[in-house]
Design a binder for this molecule. Structure first.
Ligand SMILES: *Cc1c(COP(=O)(O)O)cnc(C)c1O
Length: 310
């Protein structure tokens, strides 16, 4: 089996990526019964590690999974994966699966929850050399799984709506997709949130979406630049008539969307506000308030104050 180079933590051990394997009886595999999170490392620094760890711990609690390590141990396992992989720029994933029930009983309480972490080279939804060109998206009629069925604030693998949406988009000549909710408003795409700019005002869907950390970063950066972001329902009409559209994801940061349903967004170029947000976003990667060195994480010790918040 060929895999990207990296190191994984699985069954309490660090192993080369190609040896990181789970049982086919793991509920994570059989039922998508798992949660996960992805944080990235840029130039040997984790970006917003605490925010990702908070979301992961919160997701686990919401779907009644128990993490077998504490917060500091989790951070150090992630840092260890990156350090042993010798990646300067990395895509770092933490996964908690329901695990295997020793008797294969149908009671999820019988399963042993399993923590898996890994570091692979950083991957982009939109590579930097394509940033000026931007993303071409299609808006699909496939409805995003409704929030009262699967809580979208829990990062999860219930992706068939998003994956079928991707095929729908490829059929329509687009690169990626945005799904709608039952009311026909925008939700999100496969691993990214969406923002629309009209009359200089920025808006982003406020429900039925995963509350992305990059989404939050874009909102906070906009705030620092004295731009207001409205979190509210956003209609298809608004995106089709927008001045600028951008997507946000850990896998690539802030990305201009320049074509929707085969029509250009404004003049089909990355917009002014989008560019400003992208530049500031990347500057934040060396700011100690937003990032922490991989080695710094490895040398943290369990002081009361570092356990609660680092
Ligand atoms: C991970 C993810 C996002 C983006 O979240 P980030 O924290 O910014 O990476 C958006 N939507 C879905 C469905 C996701 O899984």
């Amino acid at each position: 089996m060929s895999t990207p180079p990296g190191i994984a933590y699985i069954n309490q051990q660090f192993v080369p990526m190609e040896e990181a394997k789970i049982s086919v009886l793991d509920w994570g595999f059989l039922r998508s019964d798992a949660t996960y999170d992805v944080v990235h490392v840029w130039k040997n620094r984790f970006f917003r590690l605490d925010e990702h760890v908070d979301r992961f711990l919160d997701s686990a609690k919401r779907i009644r999974l128990k993490i077998p390590v504490d917060r500091l141990e989790l951070k150090q396992i992630l840092a260890e994966c990156v350090s042993r992989s010798r990646h300067d720029n990395a895509y770092v994933e933490m996964i908690l699966t329901r695990g295997v029930s020793p008797t294969f009983s149908r009671d999820p309480r019988d399963a042993d929850n399993q923590l898996i972490c890994f570091s692979i080279p950083f991957g982009w939804i939109l590579p930097p050399e394509k940033r000026e060109k931007g993303l071409a998206v299609a808006i699909s009629d496939i409805q995003r799984i409704p929030p009262h069925s699967v809580d979208p604030r829990v990062k999860n693998y219930h992706w068939l709506d998003l994956v079928m949406g991707l095929f729908d988009a490829y059929d329509k000549g687009a690169e990626t997709v945005i799904l709608k909710d039952a009311q026909g408003n925008l939700t999100e795409g496969p691993g990214f949130n969406i923002f629309v700019v009209k009359n200089g005002r920025i808006s982003t869907p406020d429900h039925g979406v995963l509350e992305g950390i990059t989404r939050r970063s874009a909102i906070e950066i906009a705030g620092e630049l004295n731009l207001i972001v409205e979190e509210r329902a956003v209609s298809v009409d608004e995106i089709l008539n927008a001045e600028e559209v951008f997507a946000t994801s850990t896998a690539g940061g802030i990305m201009p969307v320049t074509r929707i349903n085969n029509s250009p967004v404004a003049d089909e170029k990355s917009g002014k506000l989008t560019k400003l947000l992208i530049d500031t976003y990347w500057q934040k990667h060396t700011d100690p308030d937003w990032s922490i060195g991989v080695n710094e994480v490895l040398s943290l010790s369990a002081q009361p104050e570092t356990l609660s918040r680092v």
